[in-house]
Ligand binder design. Sequence first.
Ligand code: PMP
Length: 351
Amino acid sequence: MSVFWNERVNSLTPYIPGEQPRESGIIKLNTNENPYPPSPAVYAALRDAAVDTLRLYPDPCCTALRCAIAAKNGLQSENVFCGNGSDEVLAFAFGAFFGKERLLFPDITYSFYPVYANFWGINYREVPLGADWNINIKDYDDCSGGIIFANPNAPTGSFLKISQVKTLCSLALSKNAVIVIDEAYSAFAAETALPLLLKEKFPNLLIVRTFSKAYSLAGLRAGFALGHKDLICALERMRDSFNSYTLDYIAQKAALAAVNDHNYLDQTTAKIIAERERISAELKKRDYEILPSAANFIFAKHPALSGEAVYESLRSRGVLVRHFSKQRIKDFVRISIGTKEQMDALLNAAP
Ligand code: PMP
């Protein structure tokens, strides 16, 4: 609090990011980062970046990167928007598509959504996930103010089938509402909502993705959205009302190199999925409840200990996972999937 703060700043409840510990030697499984390094093509792109070009402003439209993302996904560049991490893309989407009518999102989901909604003064309702920890699409009938959810969801890892996402897209379309699917973790799932853009051509569907997880570039800050050109144009209007140059020259170069290295992405993703399945099975043998995960993390509940106790016990043994104090999920911890060695260390340390 300060006398210099205006009402807007006073009323904010900011998002609290996962801890980035300073001490070395911690096994960091708390923020769903990728344990593998970025593609070798990213190293080459950074080495070859023309430092003298930093004199100039970067391309505000991220033309080369948008073209590469569009080509990879079977779209046109007018269907792609790039931003400074998917957090920024999401912030713009909230500002551009949601408002007075009630926006719907799950009660257990990415905890930045209520922060953005409050920031923009958006009317919203948190819809409880079902007892199976997944979205029940019947609860979304009243969606005239729009829908947003993460698929796979965070922190549960649960996945809503694309046939059901399609039903929600149709429902939202019938009410002239936008539906945003946050696909931060979709590389680790069996399906994505992309066919709903390519084949069904829903004009009200925005898919948001990131370079932070599957591409191992959380430190670069690059994310993107896929959708109808009118939705993309709205995001550009938002960006150009804040900061035209959200992705710097270096980030555009590195992200471009990552997009074009399809094989590397497939290899590292396959390793993470295999490790996710191994760890889930091992912890189940110890009577942990493990929700089925389509992401690069698992949501785990100890048979007897509270989530906080598991978090503290692991932390004291040098393994950092994430605990959320929200009532409904306070007995769980979220464990990001690391390398086999890291996960063996987790198994050794786990109470
Ligand atoms: N969506 C979800 C569901 C996430 O978990 C995260 C990561 N915290 C993000 C979006 C944002 O990722 P980034 O800004 O690094 O692209």
